[in-house]
Each structure stands twice: as C-alpha cells, then as structure tokens.
Design a binder for this molecule. Structure first.
Ligand SMILES: [Fe+2]
Length: 386
C-alpha cells in the first residue's frame, strides 16, 4: 500500500522540534551539544538558529531569571469571573526576584514568569531571532507591501475593532513609512467567525492572494523554529496541533475548499493554527479572548525602531521589546500591550483557535484547554524521557 504523503512544511517543523529537543537534552545532561547527530533535511542556517533558540530558552529558565507570582493562574481567572469585586494581590512588589532589592525598571535579559504553583505562563526571549532572520522577515513584509495595493487591513477611526482601527497605527499619509500600517490574519484552515457550524476552511486572505502565499513561504522557517520552541515549553499543545494538521492533510476533502487547505498545509510549518501580521501599531493592554486557556501564543517583533516596550500589567513588569525578541505567553488570561516606538515596528503572532484543536478529539485525549501549563520540572522530565 502506498504510504501517505507528508506535508513538507509539517515535516520541517517536526525535524526542527526533534533537533532542538535533542540539543536541549545534551545540554541538560552535560554532553557536548555539537555531538548531536546532524539531521539530513535541516539546513546549516536552521541548525544554527535552533542552537540559538535553545540557548536563549535555557537562560530564560534559570532561577535568577524567574519571576514567581504570589497567585495562581486559576485564582487570577476566578477573580475575573467574580467581576473583580475584591482587590487582588497583583502588585509588582510581591513578585520575586528583585534586583539588588530594587524593583527593576525594564527587564532586558531572558526570563520566565510562573505562578505560585510553578506553572510557567510567559517566556521573554530577547535576541532569539538572529539578524539574518530579522532581515528575512523585514524583507517578507516589504515585499508584501510592494506587491499588494492594500496588503493589510486598516479601518477608519470610526471602526468598531480596535485591532485594525487607524487611531492606533502610525499615519502612512504624513509619515514616509516603508511598511504599510495595518493588520491581517492567515490560517490554512479555521472556522470563520460567526459561522461555527460550517466546515472550516482557509482564511479569506489565503484564498486567492498570491502575495499572501509568498508571505507564508517567506515566514515558513521562522514559523518552524517557533514550533520547535513550543515543543519544548508545551509538548502536549505542540503534539495536538501537529496531530490536527496531519489529520486534515490526510483527508481534507470534507473541508471547505479542501484542495486549497491541502496546498496551504504543504507550506504551513508550525502547530499553531493561525498567524497574524501587525505593522506600525501600538497595542493597548488587552487579552486575547478568542485564544485558548493554557495555550501559548508566540509574539515576534522586528523592524527598524527603538524604544520598544512590552507590558504585563498584572505581573507588574515592563520589558524591553527590541527587534529580534519573541514572547511566548498565555495571552487569554494575562493582559499585555506594546508601546508606540520611534521608527517602524512589525509584529508576527502565531496563535491557536481552540475549536480547531478540539475537532474530532480522540476519546482518550484530554480537552487541550484542560491541560495545565507545564512546570519546569515537568518539562525537564519530558526532555529526558525522549
Ligand atoms: Fe494580544
């Protein structure tokens, strides 16, 4: 019997994940990581980037780079459900560690934020994108802007949705911007909002726009690297995402525009179910209520700018948000925001739609939103058992 064809994109992601996890295991065990066998299908650049990702991630997990909140994620969510009637102990003073007894102004080294139970809800990973990768992403966005009349959505100030409201974007009419301001989402297969009972299919942005397909191609390797990181920091979420894509790839015909889904999944190289691009916007504090409980979003920043700041108000921390930074965070429960910058900033976000992960969930598998955020001990045990 002929073996089912694998998606080249998803195979790339799996290879990156296997390689990163092995490099990490060698490092944890004190074995020279340069002795990790070289996978046949990974380019030298991808291997170099994988080593960088593991290095930064390990630094972020050191005790000295850990913040622990006096509350649990569960308590934070319960407090919200209760309408915030009581005061909640969210003050920065209660968060450890401090630097020389002083509250830090800006964090600028890799770190993790975990709750009282040790469940890690945020990884701050500055410098995780090499200069070469940043240039690649920047070129991808500039090419997108050159090849489309309106590559990204920008609504008038009277618009209802803050995410595309021009008030929050730099003014392309008065400023000489290279990246057109706006935002757009892309998914090879998702449920259209407002149509939960129709079969899922490609986002409208990927139905017949060649420039957006080129964008997927140009961001493929970075998406695979972010998938590799996810496989370390939340193995169950990574596995569920990959399983869903593999199932849909093998049998896309019942989907809306199934042929198209399959073509898109040839390129899609990450377990995340959607990606968005946001150019030249400042982002007010918000939570992503369409995201999943206990899921990670991956947020990447690049461009030509200075003075970037990323804030987690409930953690009481403000982070430098220089180009080349990635932040993995539970964006549904934790409020977050990014300040305006001097220059042009672009952001790539990889995220999940929970309904896609719950589709045809095998009976023996737990609802992905019920799987708790892993602790460092759980992650270490998972890597050692590979
Ligand atoms: Fe967000």
């Amino acid at each position: 019997m002929e073996e089912a064809k694998e998606s080249p994109g998803l195979s790339l992601c799996q290879q990156v994940s296997d390689f990163m996890r092995m490099v990490l295991r060698f490092k944890i065990d004190g074995t020279d990581p340069s002795l990790v066998p070289i996978p046949a299908g990974l380019s030298a650049n991808m291997m170099e980037d994988s080593y960088l990702c593991v290095d930064i991630l390990l630094r972020a997990c050191q005790t000295i780079n850990t913040y622990q909140t006096p509350w649990t994620l569960h308590e934070l969510r319960n407090w919200r459900r209760g309408g915030r009637k009581k005061e909640f102990p969210l003050t920065a003073e209660l968060i450890h560690p401090s630097v020389n007894g002083q509250k830090e102004v800006y964090r600028d080294t890799p770190c993790n934020v975990r709750d009282r139970e040790g469940r890690i809800m945020c990884y701050y990973l500055p410098g995780i994108l090499s200069q070469r990768r940043q240039r690649q992403l920047q070129t991808a966005i500039l090419d997108l802007c050159d090849s489309s009349i309106q590559p990204l959505t920008l609504d008038p100030a009277s618009g209802r949705h803050w995410r595309t409201n021009s008030v929050l974007f730099k003014d392309g009419d008065t400023m000489n911007l290279r990246m057109d301001p706006g935002a757009a989402c892309y998914s090879p297969c998702w449920l259209e909002q407002g149509h939960p009972h129709s079969p899922p299919g490609p986002s409208a942005t990927l139905m017949n726009n060649i420039a957006n397909l080129t964008l997927l191609q140009d961001t493929q390797e970075v998406a695979a690297l972010m998938g590799g990181i996810l496989s370390i920091i939340h193995p169950a979420l990574f596995q569920r995402g990959m399983d869903v894509w593999k199932t849909l790839y093998a049998d896309p015909w019942p989907l809306r525009n199934g042929d198209r889904v399959r073509d898109l999944l040839d390129l899609w190289a990450t377990p995340f179910t959607a990606m968005s691009v946001i150019a030249n916007r400042e982002t007010p504090h918000h939570r992503d209520l369409n995201g999943g409980l206990n899921f990670f979003d991956a947020i990447l920043t690049f461009g030509t700018y200075e003075e970037g700041r990323f804030e987690l108000p409930e953690i009481g921390r403000r982070f430098r948000y220089d180009r080349g930074t990635a932040i993995f965070m539970e964006a549904r429960s934790l409020a977050h925001g990014a300040s305006a910058v001097v220059g042009e900033r672009c952001c790539l976000v990889l995220f999940f739609r929970p309904l896609m992960l719950k589709r045809e969930l095998p009976e023996e598998e737990m609802d992905p939103e019920d799987v708790p955020m892993p602790t460092l001990g759980e992650l270490r045990a998972a890597v050692r058992s590979d």
